[in-house]
Write a new protein. Structure first.
Length: 317
């Protein structure tokens, strides 16, 4: 979203083309961002059996004409009203049909057509006022208007909204995308300022949104337990320093992982994808030392803390 701040310098070019380029680039960047929990990325298809990275890229490219036409329509119309909402709705349905032809019926970007279509139109309406909050607020004003030609659907998202009483993508847009504006973007800027690379900064922004979003896809697949696990997990990663963690949270290299003796069977549910970890129990160097002393003095892998800082860390437990 922050890329549209450069639109004023693009006015000599075709504004609709510039905005369509930005929208498609954002979809491709999002698909390629790795590693993302349970989502399609460069590693694989995550929890989506019908999706893969190549399909997401092709789908994004198929939406370029849709986004350009939305920007052009908003620029020609010049104001937010029911007529513009109806035109954008029809263009969105046409774009969805083009997407489904490209993907042979797989829904890859229906939600993105809604969200990015609103943002593209909002940016085109006032290309010299392109701060993220301003564009999102204008998009919210468009979303508040009903599209009389829109079919009353019974999608997974609609059923989840009714069952769990959450707002979903429609409400998020009508409010001006608050999770992106007030959580995702500030975290992106904090991570950049903290020295994180661009990939890590973007992953941190995703985690910040995940930590507060009532994700209807997660609710559909895993219910409130799954949603709580997602939000708590995202908060825990950010608290440990994000996707580029603080040194004390980084894995210790050079540790030989011994097989773990076990009996019985282990099952994973809710489309969990297991990772690797190691916990060793033989630490003769720690015998006879208190936890406060261990934290205070540190070791070859971890810097020591002041006694006050170490005490505060232990107080959390």
């Amino acid at each position: 979203m922050n890329a549209i701040a450069n639109l004023a310098a693009m006015l000599r070019a075709d504004l609709g083309e510039c905005l369509a380029d930005l929208a498609v680039d954002s979809l491709i960047d999002e698909a390629e961002l790795s590693p993302k929990p349970a989502l399609v990325d460069r590693r694989g298809n995550g929890a989506h059996a019908d999706l893969h990275l190549g399909l997401m890229q092709a789908s994004a490219l198929s939406l370029w004409p849709c986004f350009k036409e939305m920007a052009d329509a908003a620029q020609r119309h010049g104001r937010i009203d029911a007529r513009l909402r109806g035109v954008l709705g029809q263009l969105g349905r046409d774009g969805e049909a083009a997407m489904l032809r490209t993907t042979e019926g797989v829904n890859t970007h229906r939600g993105a057509i809604w969200a990015l279509g609103l943002l593209v139109a909002a940016a085109a309406l006032e290309p010299r006022r392109t701060q993220a909050g301003e564009v999102a607020a204008r998009a919210g004003r468009i979303a508040l208007l009903d599209d009389p030609a829109a079919a009353i659907g019974d999608s997974h998202g609609e059923r989840v909204r009714r069952r769990y009483g959450v707002g979903g993508a429609r409400e998020e847009a009508r409010l001006g995308f608050p999770r992106a504006v007030h959580h995702g973007l500030p975290q992106l800027w904090r991570s950049r300022e903290g020295g994180a690379g661009e990939q890590n900064a973007r992953l941190d922004a995703l985690l910040a949104i995940m930590s507060v979003l009532d994700d209807t896809c997660v609710l559909h697949r895993a219910g409130r337990v799954g949603l709580a696990a997602m939000q708590d997990g995202a908060r825990a990663v950010l608290a440990a320093g994000g996707s580029d963690p603080y040194v004390e949270h980084r894995p210790v290299s050079g540790v030989e992982v011994a097989p773990v003796r076990h009996e019985g069977r282990a099952k994973l549910g809710a489309r969990v994808r297991p990772g690797w970890f190691v916990q060793t129990h033989e630490h003769p160097e720690l015998i006879g030392r208190t936890l406060l002393e261990i934290l205070h003095r540190g070791d070859e892998h971890r810097a020591g803390m002041t006694r006050e800082t170490a005490s505060r860390a232990l107080d959390r437990y």
